[in-house]
Design a protein around this ligand. Structure first.
Ligand SMILES: Nc1nc2c(c(=O)[nH]1)N[C@H]1C(S)=C(S)[C@@H](COP(=O)(O)O)O[C@H]1N2
Ligand SMILES: [Mo]
Length: 281
């Protein structure tokens, strides 16, 4: 908003007619035609958005579904060839912005105080062997390391080195059933709206769990994960945006569909996004 305001004001005060000739016609002239075009276009945009607002505010899910129908396939096509690039030590960002509400429970404080020795990860749902892995058992699994870029929807990104346990190795233990299509990661922390609105969680495609870069990280940049970045475990799924990288993971559930999880939209942010509590960018 601020950018648009400053940008537009600058266009206005540094010779509006000439600037609009540059923008609309791409010529260095002083015609009034571009000004008329500008006024008409702005009027149409204002009328359309004011006219559509009662509908879009009332039916955000419908708008999202129509949008998905119109351009979802194009987005999926573009994401199909995501590079999932790996970087080198020298590319690691000196500062990695943290995001999200920290866990507030006494349970978490106790685990933290005990250096997570008493932590255990529950894995269940549509699997042959529902399991609880203790901290020692997790540490005994093969360690995977990678340097990748994290992209937050709010418009920042950072490169970090992650060390942890591959989902492939966890799936080897629990053995998902053929019906399992989605994997739900539940956090020890509440979502941004506080305890009354429930735990943070997010759902991931089972296919993504088969990548050798999808893991539960317990290390960041060669050191134990800090409380802020999701200790003891946080997800890394390099096919997905930042908000899907659940931090403070305490449980994993394999499901056929996420319709019955939370409000049924596939994650805490997906559930709550339309309600104006966060205004990223
Ligand atoms: N439990 C939980 N996990 C979360 C969040 C959160 O609010 N709660 N925020 C997400 C968002 S929006 C981002 S960008 C990343 C940020 O990870 P970082 O704090 O390690 O940078 O965590 C994700 N995981
Ligand atoms: Mo984010």
């Amino acid at each position: 908003m601020f950018f648009i305001l400053v940008h537009t004001v600058t266009v206005f005060i540094t010779g509006l007619v000439g600037n609009l000739n540059h923008i609309v016609l791409g010529t260095n002239t002083q015609s009034y035609v571009p000004l008329v075009v500008y006024i008409i276009v702005m009027a149409v945009i204002v009328i359309l958005s004011v006219g559509a607002s009662p509908f879009t505010l009332r039916y955000p899910r419908v708008v999202a579904r129509v949008g998905k129908f119109m351009i979802g396939w194009l987005k999926a096509l573009m994401e199909w060839s995501t590079p999932r690039k790996q970087y080198r030590e020298k590319d690691i960002s000196p500062y990695f912005w943290p995001n999200g509400a920290l866990p507030t429970s006494q349970e978490y404080q106790d685990l933290l105080a005990g250096d997570f020795k008493d932590f255990s990860l529950q894995i269940g749902g549509l699997v042959d062997n529902p399991t609880t892995l203790t901290w020692a058992e997790l540490m005994a699994l093969p360690k995977n390391e990678q340097i990748t870029q994290h992209y937050c929807i709010q418009g920042w990104s950072a490169i970090g080195k992650w060390g942890g346990v591959r989902m492939l190795d966890i799936m080897e233990i629990v053995n998902p059933k053929p019906e399992a299509k989605w994997v739900v990661f539940y956090s020890l922390a509440d979502g941004a709206e506080g305890p009354a609105h429930g735990r943070y969680y997010d759902c991931h495609r089972l296919e993504h769990m088969h990548r050798d870069t999808t893991m539960l990280a317990y290390e960041m940049n060669g050191e134990r994960l800090t409380e802020t970045h999701g200790a003891p475990l946080r997800l890394r799924n390099e096919d997905e945006l930042g908000f899907k990288q659940v931090k403070w993971v305490e449980a994993i559930e394999f499901v056929e569909s996420f319709e019955h999880v939370g409000w049924g939209q596939g994650g805490y942010n997906e559930d709550h996004e339309f309600f104006g509590y966060r205004m990223p960018i």
